[in-house]
Design a protein around this ligand. Structure first.
Ligand code: GLN
Length: 204
């Protein structure tokens, strides 16, 4: 098995996710490549995509303009696993509003059946690191870094809660979509990235 993983690299913490995904591939003993992707053509060739943290309004706008948003949506709808982190979770969602500013006109992929509250834990200066458990996907203990992190306020019946922090839902799974509101790539624990890679089916 060899897998081709892309990290959407229009904006956000791309390099950290490339390192985390490569480390995860190595520990799993799976052959594969991890690279930054920007264009529709690059995205079309992938087996799995990581949408990193950053700023969802900017990432959405840039991917709308260069045509990537449409291809990402089609690929996910046809089964490609995707791992959305923080801004990536927001971009995947059907509905998002900011805790302070409220609803904004931002492009969304409209795939993950959740309503997201952006900046749910406060602003940049309120960033923190916390212990997270995600037992339902075999991760009893990991760490997450919360930076202007969203939370999930409401979700459809096909969405599985993977993790909660302080009563707020901070990680979910829906079919081929894994989404977390914290940053696992800023810690040394690659278990979330390993779980995501496990969602990618071997090529026939
Ligand atoms: N608050 C940012 C947004 O709404 C996400 C922050 C992050 O990705 N660390 O896009």
């Amino acid at each position: 098995m060899s897998v081709s993983i892309g990290v959407l690299g229009l904006q956000g913490d791309v390099a950290e996710n490339i390192v985390a995904a490569r480390t995860a591939l190595g520990t799993l003993g799976i052959k594969g490549t991890v690279k930054q992707v920007k264009t529709p053509d690059e995205i079309s060739a992938l087996d799995g995509l990581i949408i990193p943290g950053g700023e969802s309004t900017m990432m959405g706008q840039m991917s709308l303009v260069n045509g990537a948003l449409k291809v990402i949506k089609e690929k996910i709808q046809s089964g490609m696993p995707v791992f959305g982190i923080c801004a990536g979770l927001i971009l995947l969602s059907k509905n998002a509003k900011d805790r302070v500013v409220g609803k904004m006109d931002q492009p969304l992929l409209n795939l993950l059946d959740v309503r997201v509250e952006r900046n749910s834990f406060g602003r940049q200066k309120d960033s923190f690191e916390a212990e997270i458990s995600a037992d339902s996907i075999g991760i009893p203990k990991t760490k997450g870094v919360f930076i202007r992190a969203p939370s999930i306020e409401d979700m459809g019946k096909d969405v599985q809660v993977v993790s909660k922090f302080n009563e707020k839902v901070v990680a979910v799974k829906q079919g081929n979509i894994l989404a977390v509101s914290f940053h696992p790539e800023l810690t040394h624990d690659v278990s979330m990235h390993k779980h995501f890679i496990g969602m990618i089916k071997p090529k026939k």
